[in-house]
Design a protein around this ligand. Structure first.
Ligand SMILES: [Zn+2]
Ligand SMILES: [Zn+2]
Ligand SMILES: [Zn+2]
Length: 279
């Protein structure tokens, strides 16, 4: 399995689009991997996780090929993870397809609570062209077969009204845990994970708050991520599991260059825009 991170910042981007704090100024000066756009991740070039307003930028700058994307898993309806307006451009008059196979609808998956902005747009697009996009409701703690992957959403500790989820994605004896956005996992999520016999090869953890040691709910910092890692290592991970920090805010105070040595000390990889891992 391959995971490619296209966008790795929290909602306002990193540097924040209107922000003059010292961390943002430092990121601007340093450039390169210190510049982060809004969330977007793709598994094996075909299964997308979240669809932010920066998706088109990922197409132009990082070689994201949306024509290969057949399904999109939405974690939750926050606009840095779901910007549904751009789905219009897979519709009639905006996108042309080489054959019937390519023309099949893009399958979008989200909880009902996270679909309130998405669904009217999907319905509007489908009025003109039923084949462009299709919405599928998912329910936490239920497994789905999607493009040959076993996909299991689990409840996240995040914006409650949106019923947000994190995802277990399994295929060919490989397992990924994609945990964004979430605080320290909820009891019911731990229970599901620990009762399963899944051994994760790759774990991507919400590290929005980086240096903030009290960040345990809604988002996490390095300290909470370390607690999650230590607990997973008791049951569902081992020394070969890669733990990667991802989804960062300037409020967490460290640009990429400064975060990497700190994360390494704690046994973490660090995502950056266009970072790729195979496992
Ligand atoms: Zn977010
Ligand atoms: Zn800032
Ligand atoms: Zn969020």
């Amino acid at each position: 399995m391959k995971i490619k991170y296209y966008g790795t910042a929290a909602a306002e981007g990193f540097p924040g689009m209107f922000c003059s704090c010292p961390t943002c100024e430092k990121a601007r000066k340093a450039g390169g991997k210190n510049i982060r756009t809004r969330s977007g991740t793709v598994i094996d070039d075909e299964l997308m996780i979240d669809f932010s307003a920066d998706t088109y930028l990922h197409v132009l700058n990082y070689g994201l090929d949306l024509r290969k994307i057949k399904a999109c898993l939405v974690t939750h309806g926050h606009d840095d993870h779901l910007y549904p307006y751009d789905f219009h451009y897979r519709g009639y008059g905006y996108a042309y397809f080489p054959d019937e196979e390519a023309k099949k609808p893009l399958q979008i998956y989200s909880t009902e609570e996270s679909s309130s902005e998405l669904l009217p747009i999907v319905n509007q697009i489908r009025k003109r062209d039923e084949n462009s996009v299709e919405w599928n409701k998912i329910v936490p703690f239920t497994s789905y077969e999607i493009l040959g992957y076993r996909v299991t959403p689990l409840k996240a500790d995040h914006a409650k009204g949106l019923n947000p989820v994190i995802y277990i994605i399994e295929k060919d004896n490989k397992a990924l845990l994609y945990a964004h956005d979430t605080g320290y996992f909820l009891d019911e999520t731990w229970e599901y994970i620990e009762k399963s016999d899944i051994k994760f090869n790759f774990v991507s953890l919400d590290c929005t708050s980086i240096l903030n040691e009290s960040a345990y709910s809604n988002h996490m910092g390095i300290k909470a991520c370390t607690d999650v890692k230590d607990r997973l290592l008791k049951t569902n991970a081992d020394e070969n599991t890669v733990f990667c920090l991802h989804h960062f805010s300037h409020n967490g105070k460290l640009i990429y260059d400064d975060l990497v040595p700190v994360a390494k000390e704690e046994g973490f990889e660090v995502s950056y825009d266009s970072a790729e891992f195979e496992f």
